[in-house]
Design a protein around this ligand. Sequence first.
Ligand code: ATP
Ligand code: MG
Length: 312
Amino acid sequence: MRTVAVMNYKGGVGKTTLTANLGAIAARRGMRVLLIDLDPQTNLTFSFFSIDEWQDAIKDSCTIKQWYEGDMPGRDISLSDLTLTPERVNRALRGTGRLDVISSHLGLIDIDLQLAALLGGNTTLGGAQRKFLDLHGCLRRALEDDHFDQYDLVLIDCAPNFGLVTKTAIVASQHILVPAKADYLSTLGLDYLVGNCAMLVDQFNEFVNHRGLDAHRPIDPAILGVVFTMVQIYSQQVIGAQQTYVEEVEVNSQVSVLKSKIRNSPRHFSGAGESGIPAMLGARDEDDVVKEFAALADEVFGALALSPAGES
Ligand SMILES: Nc1ncnc2c1ncn2[C@@H]1O[C@H](COP(=O)(O)OP(=O)(O)OP(=O)(O)O)[C@@H](O)[C@H]1O
Ligand SMILES: [Mg+2]
């Protein structure tokens, strides 16, 4: 199982679109995929479930909010009980792959504050370090349950922030994928983001080493790189104004840039969610954006050493 956090502080850069479509492509290629929605906006959730399905059967008992709630995430409810198999997308897979989803909830917005309060609740140094590790490591430990061995790939769609819930995703992931737009504001914060991830990793590992706790092991998530999304293409090339920002990141940033880029294609993505099937499963193979997503899947799954047949 490979776990990848899809994250960027910047909103609207294509995180959810990337998570849904990359996950669907992996499942179409025969992999067993789990998508976890960690964003209170619930956009990933509603890319697969209708509002009615969510309200009738999911909202009250079966979302990640219920899991994070309480004294310690996962104490009252098991993460494995939250994995749901959305019907429409799985019908569209037509193969041996499967796509499961752990749903989010708008109430997740309050959880960061609750978790921060828990983190501050212990005043002894040892107790505070233990609490830090237990809270930040909660999702990682939950995903170590045997139930999750069935999955080839877990993609976590993060909210556009660096709150505690997002940090639990980073600790749980072996890889981090950073979607970004090729513009000034989107590229500005990339080094800061990578720096903050590194600080979290250092702090987590320092506490692990200091405490020598059996329950936690050091972490070392690898930044897979930046994926430029919604780029404007003219004559088969990224337009000059955007290429400047791509090169700026390639040359001056600590973070690497993936070769594959995803073009802006409102025709494919503006109806996102309505059908319950990510756009890349329904579109024609010869569409440029479909080819780009396929190339991105090859690049990402290659870096993860996941074979297209799902035999990893
Ligand atoms: N390649 C694309 N071409 C055209 N529109 C796109 C593309 N990718 C995403 N979009 C659209 O851009 C908007 C933002 O995308 P998305 O929701 O995936 O971003 P996000 O980073 O998850 O946002 P947030 O930070 O709010 O969670 C959506 O309306 C989506 O349909
Ligand atoms: Mg999103």
